[in-house]
Design a protein around this ligand. Sequence first.
Ligand code: GDP
Length: 327
Amino acid sequence: MKRKILLAERQEGICPLDRQRKIYVAGHRGLVGSGLVRRLEKEGFSHILTRTHQELDLTRQKEVEEFFGAERPDYVILAAARVGGIGANSAYPADFIMENLQIQCNVIDAAFKSKVKKLLFLGSSCIYPRECPQPIREESLLCGPLEQTNEAYALAKIAGLRMCSYYNRQYGTDYISVMPCNLYGPGDNFDLESSHVLPALLRKFHEAKVQGNPSVTVWGSGKPLREFMHVDDLAEACLFLMERCQKEEVFNVGTGREISIWDLAQLIGKVTGFSGEICLDNSHPDGTVRKVVDSSRIRALGWEPKIDLEAGIRNTYAWFLECYKKE
Ligand code: GDP
């Protein structure tokens, strides 16, 4: 009976992951990693491996090789990375390229050496050229210069994605890469200097409301367009892709819905209940003007996002309030 089901699934292009086998989520305390662990638990994975930064420093090759040698995971999701918003990316380019290259090289190569069956590498839509046609297709990779504000991070991620392809080509491994649009959700970084726009604005609006401030400052012109997706949608997409038998190695994952930073600020004002003024501060960069990915490759396999932006922001705000209370 079980064999028959497996055969039927294969014919539909589904290659199920064995829920009893070891799956290592690198970066389980971050926004994406924690979303993935929630999803894997929900899906019945009984052996999810995680290590905190204190337990395992992924920038150290020897430690990573020893970990893989001892634990021998069957599947790996590489969600560990140094990430940050436009401010942090512009201020610390050396750290962004160095740490991300180290983490990727160490994890991908150790996974190969310990014969990991399947690996998923997480990138970002900022790997695509600044001026490429929108919505951005996977084929646009390396067809032009990158956006300056996050070039160091993007270069590291491009190297990681290509490394997965080269291992597949040379060694016949089964590694795929996912390029999500701008993400948000529970577990996000709310530090105003280093965070991305959505958590930064949630915090700014909330604090302005509770402190009774008359205005909130939004960086840049408010005109850039961004595509935001809740991390739970991304986690579902990652597992969906790991269970599909396909030839492609790189997948964009997004909602296909764009919003300007100005409209996002209005929406966050509504969710947080802030009724004061919104001011723009043009001394901060806008970054890329528009960044929306073409997700037709994953859509063609049958996946679609489920969480509407306002509902997702409400869910993230509730999580933020819980943490805020504890602090
Ligand atoms: P990006 O998508 O890589 O550019 O990263 P961000 O999420 O950091 O920024 C997106 C856009 O939001 C940029 O145009 C920023 O200038 C703008 N923005 C407006 N207010 C803020 C803020 O308080 N923090 C951040 N990080 N970005 C902001």
